[in-house]
Design a protein around this ligand. Structure first.
Ligand SMILES: Cc1cc2nc3c(=O)[nH]c(=O)nc-3n(C[C@H](O)[C@H](O)[C@H](O)COP(=O)(O)OP(=O)(O)OC[C@H]3O[C@@H](n4cnc5c(N)ncnc54)[C@H](O)[C@@H]3O)c2cc1C
Length: 411
C-alpha cells in the first residue's frame, strides 16, 4: 500500500481546493477522482461562468443567507471568509474576479473552466498526486479512526482522509452520494437528500408556448391547505413550468407545500398597481390608440408570448375588436386576468436538474473549527457532503472553499 499524509476523495470544488492548500502546507497529498476529468460540476457552474462567491465581506451579513446553518458556520467563516476567498483566487491563483448584480462574483474571463484549471494547476504545482478514473468503493474504520480505503484498483492508506464526494445534485457530474453511504455505515447521522434550488413543474400546457419568456417584477403566490408563500421578483417560463433564481430559491418551501398535493399558484403581473390603477393604465393605452386591435395593444403591456396565450382564458374578450369597442366589463376581465394568472405546481424537478440537494451529513457531527468528524479522529468532510441549506448566488461554492481550506489546515 502507498502511504500519504492525506487522501482526498473527490476532485470537485472542495476536493481540489483542499488538495492544493494542504500540499502548499507541505503535506503529501493523494487526490482520487472517479471521473476521467477533474471538477466536472465546477466547470458547469453559473451557466459555465462560475459564480465563485458572493461579495458580502461582513460575515454576519453573509451568514444571514444560512438561517439554519449560521450557528455552525460562524467559527468556520471567521477562519476563512469571503475576503480570504477573493484574496486566494486573485492573489494566490492569479485569477482576476469581477462582481456583478446581487454581489455575484465570477472570474473576469467568465469561464468556469478557468476556475477549475487554476485550482488543478495549483494542486499540481505543489506536488499533489492525482489519480483520475479511480472510484473509491469503501472506507475502512476501526476504533474511531479510518485505517484505509478501497478503490476499483488498489487500497490506499494515509494519516488523514477528506471526503469531498459532493451531494446528490447533478449526479451526471459524478456526485452520486457515495460518501453518504460510507458515513452512514460508519455510524454518522446522514439526512435523506432532496433536490433543492430546482425548477418547478406545472400542469399548464400553454406555458410550453411561452417557454423562454421572463416575467419581470411580478408577484407569485403559492397556496396549500395550510400555508401561503408570496414572492416578488422575476420568473422564467419554461417548457415544463417555472424557473429563474426566484423560483429556484423558493423550491424547497414549495416542495413542503407539495406534500398536500398540487400547489395552487397565481401570478400577478402588476403587483404594484391595484385593479383600479391598472384599469386606469389600460384606459390610457386604449384612448391613445383608439383604432388599434386589442391583440396589438396587449403586447405593449405584457410579453408578446403571454399576450398570445392569455386571450385563451375563460371569458376573455375578443382581441380582434378595436380599442373603442372594448366595454367596461371587458376591461374588468382583462385587468383581473393580468392580476391573477392561475396554474398548479405539481412537482419539483429531479436531482439531475438541481443545483444542490438538501440533506446530507448532520452539521452537528462535525467540529466546525477543523471540519473533523466527531466520531473519527482522522476523517474530515467538506462542501456539499454537509447538510447546510443556502440559496443560489455563490453561497454553495463559498461553503466549499471555506470548508476545504479549514480541513486542509487541520488534518
Ligand atoms: C448546474 C449547477 C450549477 C451550479 N452553479 C453554482 C454557482 O454558480 N455558484 C455556486 O456557488 N454553486 C453552484 N453550484 C453548486 C456547486 O457546484 C456545488 O455546491 C459544489 O460543486 C460542491 O462542491 P463539492 O466539492 O462538495 O462537490 P462536487 O463539486 O460535486 O465534487 C464531488 C466530486 O467527487 C467525485 N466523487 C464522487 N464519488 C466518488 C468516489 N466514490 N470516488 C472518487 N470520486 C468520487 C465526483 O465525481 C465529483 O467530481 C451549481 C451546481 C450545479 C449542479
Amino acid at each position: 500500500m502507498d502511504k500519504y499524509d492525506l487522501i482526498i476523495i473527490g476532485g470537485g470544488a472542495s476536493g481540489l481546493m483542499a488538495a492544493g492548500v494542504a500540499a502548499a502546507l507541505g503535506k503529501q497529498v493523494l487526490l482520487l477522482e472517479k471521473n476521467d476529468t477533474l471538477g466536472k460540476k465546477l466547470s458547469i457552474t453559473g451557466g459555465s461562468r462560475c459564480n465563485i462567491t458572493n461579495n458580502t465581506p461582513d460575515i454576519n451579513t453573509f451568514l444571514e443567507k444560512f438561517p439554519e446553518g449560521k450557528k455552525y458556520l460562524y467559527s468556520a467563516f471567521s477562519r476563512f471568509s469571503v475576503t480570504d476567498t477573493i484574496h486566494f483566487f486573485q492573489e494566490t491563483l492569479k485569477l482576476p474576479l469581477t462582481t456583478q448584480a446581487g454581489g455575484r462574483m465570477f472570474p473576469r474571463s467568465e469561464k468556469a473552466a478557468d476556475v477549475r484549471d487554476a485550482l488543478v494547476d495549483y494542486a499540481r504545482a505543489h506536488g499533489v498526486t492525482i489519480k483520475k478514473s479511480t472510484s473509491v468503493t469503501a472506507i475502512n474504520a476501526t476504533e474511531g479512526t479510518i485505517s484505509h480505503i478501497k478503490t476499483n484498483g488498489s487500497d490506499y492508506h494515509a494519516s488523514s482522509y477528506i471526503i469531498a464526494t459532493g451531494g446528490l445534485a447533478a449526479p451526471q457530474t459524478g456526485s452520486t452520494g457515495d460518501g453518504f453511504q460510507w458515513l452512514r455505515k460508519c455510524g454518522h447521522k446522514v439526512h435523506q437528500p432532496n433536490p433543492n434550488i430546482v425548477p418547478l413543474i406545472t400542469d399548464s400546457a400553454w406555458l410550453k408556448r411561452c417557454s423562454g419568456t421572463t416575467l419581470t417584477d411580478i408577484r407569485i403566490t403559492f397556496t396549500s391547505k395550510e400555508k401561503k408563500i408570496k414572492k416578488d421578483g422575476n420568473i422564467l417560463l419554461t417548457h415544463f413550468g417555472l424557473s429563474g433564481p426566484l423560483i429556484l430559491n423558493t423550491s424547497k418551501e414549495v416542495n413542503t407545500l407539495l406534500k398536500d398535493g398540487p400547489v395552487h399558484t397565481t401570478i400577478d403581473l402588476f403587483p404594484f398597481l391595484n385593479e383600479k390603477e391598472l384599469d386606469h393604465k389600460l384606459v390610457t393605452l386604449l384612448s391613445e390608440n383608439p383604432r388599434k386591435k386589442i391583440s396589438n395593444l396587449l403586447p405593449l403591456l405584457i410579453p408578446r408570448s403571454l399576450a398570445r396565450e392569455l386571450p385563451q382564458a375563460k371569458d376573455f374578450p375578443d382581441t380582434e375588436i378595436i380599442a373603442t369597442e372594448l366595454s367596461r366589463d371587458d376591461r374588468k376581465i382583462i385587468v383581473s386576468t393580468l392580476k391573477k394568472i392561475t396554474l398548479n405546481v405539481t412537482d419539483i424537478q429531479g436531482f439531475d436538474k438541481a443545483v444542490i440537494a438538501d440533506g446530507g451529513l448532520d452539521p452537528s457531527e462535525i467540529d466546525w473549527t477543523t471540519m473533523r468528524s466527531r466520531r473519527y479522529s482522522n476523517l474530515y468532510c467538506t462542501g456539499d457532503m454537509i447538510s447546510i441549506n443556502r440559496p443560489s448566488g455563490g453561497y454553495s461554492l463559498q461553503l466549499a472553499w471555506t470548508t476545504a481550506w479549514i480541513a486542509a489546515h487541520s488534518c
